[in-house]
Ligand binder design. Sequence first.
Ligand code: MF3
Ligand code: CO
Length: 254
Amino acid sequence: MIELRTPREIEQMRPAGRFVAETLTALADAADVGVNLLDLDALAHERIRKHGAESCYIDYHPSFGAMPFGKVLCTSVNDAVLHGLPRDYRLRDGDLLSVDFAASVDGWVSDSALSIIVGTPRDEDVRLIDVTTQALQAGIRAANVGGRVGDISAAIAEIAHSAGYSINTDFGGHGVGRTMHGDPHIPNDGRAGRGYPLRPGLVIAIEPWFLQSTDKIVTDADGWTLRSADGSRGAHMEHTIAITEDGPLVLTAR
Ligand code: MF3
Ligand code: CO
């Protein structure tokens, strides 16, 4: 079921967006050569506690998950791109790290992700992150009243394809509200003018993710972490936005 939020409710969703954004900024600042992924998770956990927020991940147990997630962050390194379960790993020079974080504040969820390079960047990683960022921005720009979900999907896909990346549509964006995942699904590929009409008050996460040289993913032995099938690296960028009469409002803007 698709729920539309009133302008007042969208105002109430702002603190969650701000909290998620500030936490991601803190994590990006903290992520450095030698830093353990478990320390990043602990940092986010501590911020949740101090803020009186609630983690959307820790008890998350969808049908595809082997067990409840148990951590508050997804940390996906290099060939891992989504749902990276934080593990005892120290970041190395040149690692491509994607961090995905969702939490609820005052009963409203925000969900956001970013990819960064730790230490010395490789050109192909910079490009992958740039294109993923551009795809997110194009998706957001297409999120206007009067349009359709397919406009967002097509805008994302256009950026990926013109940069030469293929798209895996197993995971994509989604409605966001009292819970992390709601309708409608926002695929990272699709046709403009198709799909659910974009109405004022629709709150969604838009989250393009691309892999360097494949569209195939495999699940890690930990039961969660999704890696590219060919070992190439991935990037993931996500914002939670509200569709309003005045255009898209990025709740998780940093
Ligand atoms: N935030 C992810 C998404 O955007 C969901 C990750 S849930 C996890 O849909 F528990 F698997 F981490
Ligand atoms: Co999401």
